[in-house]
Design a protein around this ligand. Structure first.
Ligand SMILES: Cc1cc2nc3c(=O)[nH]c(=O)nc-3n(C[C@H](O)[C@H](O)[C@H](O)COP(=O)(O)O)c2cc1C
Length: 357
């Protein structure tokens, strides 16, 4: 039994949020030792992925929500993640929704959460980033931005402005998040007019402090809602979209569902968005939602996507997931004869259906 499987068999007997906090605390104080213990894969130079002005050291990043406060950057930077996205960070600290608010749906390899953007607030989170020495930070660091629960919808642009200004000089990309189901009214900001107000308010600061900027979308938007996100990305020169956040499944419980129960819906949204973005290669799509193996990356690549992120499958599989991805890339490179991932993805329409060499 691997160390992670042993850890998981014990951890899964305990309250999920407690395990999460205990783990993050341990990763913070013992980053090297624990990364050494858990790590089973290494990224190689040929696994690097360049897109949207970013350099990811591998094609699979850590999604937002796991290290909300940037306390474990040093730990995560030692695992085979190509990028790490912290947050969601709000301007002021907030405690989030009442507990319990995180639930395992083990049989479905899924999670239900209604955390509600619990985080230490932008000042403290920036302090946490800066307290991590640059060499211990991920090569590509993203910051996911959200409005405070108490901020009325019409003042949301002010929150996003403050956050952008705070982090622009200290990360590699930022994400406007209006797609969490756990902040009342937040998803209403996905309407095109509301999104336009947010990005208009960012226009001047984006000129003085340019930084790649993404919009994270919900999997529950109808096609015209997704079209609005594409329009916004084009109109405001965004670096791309991130699809998707968690989905609502009221029959399971209040909150957002992630993992395998989200996978199909998320995949359909990504397929639709990639079709809409086919003529605008400068606007990237970062895929997230139910990604659980190298096969998912391969399928995404064959549609023209590049980078993906994970949260839930990392909880269920641990670092074995990253090993599978690294091994998969190596085999795919042999199969296609490409020297590196960037080269392999140029000709994505001709990738074979099977990547195994
Ligand atoms: C416990 C938990 C907390 C999350 N918190 C955030 C968050 O703060 N901001 C955000 O943009 N996404 C958040 N997410 C969503 C993930 O980033 C991701 O979009 C979603 O879980 C789908 O990916 P997955 O199926 O790999 O988990 C959270 C997910 C989980 C499970």
């Amino acid at each position: 039994m691997s160390i992670y499987n042993l850890f998981r068999s014990l951890a899964f007997k305990i309250d999920p949020e407690f395990v999460h906090e205990l783990s993050m605390g341990s990763f913070k104080v013992l980053p090297s030792a624990l990364a050494g213990l858990f790590n089973s894969a290494s990224l190689k130079p040929q696994h690097q992925l360049d897109f949207a002005g970013l350099k990811w050291t591998g094609p699979l990043g850590l999604a937002a929500g796991l290290d909300k406060n940037a306390v474990a950057l040093s730990f995560f930077s030692k695992l085979a993640f190509g990028a790490v996205e912290i947050g969601t960070v709000t301007p002021k600290p907030q405690s989030g929704n009442p507990k319990p608010r995180l639930f395992r749906l083990k049989e479905d390899q899924s999670l239900l959460n209604r955390m509600g953007f619990n985080n230490q607030g932008m000042n403290k989170v920036l302090e946490n980033i800066l307290m991590t020495s640059e060499s211990d930070r991920p090569i590509c660091l993203g910051v996911n931005l959200g409005k405070n629960k108490v901020t009325p919808a019409n003042e949301a642009p002010v929150d996003y402005f403050k956050l952008y200004e705070k982090f622009a000089d200290h990360c590699d990309y930022m994400v406007v998040n209006v797609s969490s189901p756990n902040t009342p009214g937040l998803r209403d900001l996905q309407q095109e007019s509301a999104l336009a107000e947010i990005f208009e308010s960012l226009a001047s600061i984006r000129q003085s402090k340019p930084s790649p900027l993404f919009l994270k979308v919900a999997p529950d938007l109808p096609e015209d809602g997704l079209d609005s996100c594409v329009n916004i990305a084009k109109k405001f020169n965004l670096s791309g979209l991130i699809a998707t956040n968690t989905t609502i499944m009221p029959e399971i419980g209040q909150g957002g569902v992630s993992g395998q129960l989200l996978a199909q819906k998320s995949k359909e949204v990504r397929r639709y968005l990639l079709e809409q973005l086919a003529e605008t290669p400068d606007i990237a799509l970062i895929g997230v939602g139910g990604v659980s193996s190298f096969d998912d990356l391969w399928e995404f690549w064959r549609l023209g996507g590049k980078a993906m992120q994970v949260y839930t499958s990392f909880i269920y599989q641990g670092p074995e997931l990253l090993k599978g991805v690294c091994d998969g890339i190596d085999q795919a490179l042999v199969k296609t004869g490409a020297r590196n991932l960037n080269e392999m993805l140029v000709d994505y329409k001709n990738l074979p259906s099977d990547w195994r060499s």
